[in-house]
Design a binder for this molecule. Structure first.
Ligand code: SAM
Length: 222
């Protein structure tokens, strides 16, 4: 089984759980990796498209874990098994992840842990997850094949969690830990913005937005 560093690292964030659901499982790599690590006993693999569904069905049937898997061709959490207590959503945009979770907010009441790998709109997603009463307990900023990923573990809390603009943009835990890959990413972002500013034709309003963003990055990196 060839698993990417991104998926393996996300899998390594997962705490031992009896029954986990993987929404948008596609090739089924993540749940099969979790079984091989003895981190889960049961998995629901969810796909809403026939091509990826067939792919995950084949991967599961060829694995030693087929009797421990429930496969559903369904949208998001619409057919989530009531006994699932942890959910993974990986490899999608933040807006899509947020809409999948918000649409079935009621079902989240029995979900203690969320594991998320969002490839865009991460600030907005973190704020929505806070609104849904999930708190970020662990996050890993990772460089894999020249791309950067921010992998999250969130736990359900009693109350809503409020993240401010700075925490949502940079990640509340990264702001404290300042991992080398996170520093590398934000230094590159800063450089990109500084390069744009070198162009004298950049209009004043755009210039002031970029200057504000650069100073936010400098403050975060300090
Ligand atoms: N999770 C895997 C990973 O991280 O490598 C696969 C990511 S793949 C880019 C996204 C998958 O999510 C696709 O197979 C797509 O069909 C599925 N997907 C998108 N929206 C979904 C939804 N609402 N419900 C279930 N699956 C969905």
């Amino acid at each position: 089984m060839k698993i990417s560093l991104r998926l393996k690292t996300l899998g390594d964030l997962v705490e031992p759980t009896f029954y986990l659901a993987d929404v948008g499982s596609d090739h089924a790599l993540l749940p099969l990796y979790l079984f091989s690590q003895e981190k889960i006993q049961k998995a629901q693999l969810i796909e809403n498209k026939i091509g990826p569904y067939k792919r995950m069905e084949k991967a599961v049937s060829l694995s030693p874990y087929h009797s421990q898997c429930l496969l559903t061709l369904s949208d998001g959490l619409s057919e989530l098994d009531k006994d699932v207590s942890a959910i993974v959503v990986a490899g999608m945009g933040g807006q899509l992840i947020s809409s999948i979770l918000k649409r079935d907010e009621e079902k989240l009441k029995s979900i203690d842990d969320l594991y998320i790998d969002a490839h865009s709109e991460r600030s907005e997603l973190l704020m929505s997850l806070g609104e849904l009463s999930y708190s970020l307990v662990d996050s890993i900023f990772l460089e894999d094949e020249h791309k950067f990923y921010d992998l999250w573990h969130l736990k359900r809390t009693k109350n809503k969690v409020l993240y401010n603009e700075k925490e949502a943009l940079f990640g509340p835990l990264h702001l404290k830990n300042k991992e080398a890959s996170w520093v590398k990413y934000w230094e590159a972002q800063k450089k990109e913005k500084e390069t744009i500013l070198l162009n004298k034709e950049v209009p004043t309003f755009k210039r002031s937005i970029l200057e504000k963003e650069i100073s936010m990055i400098e403050e975060a990196l300090r």
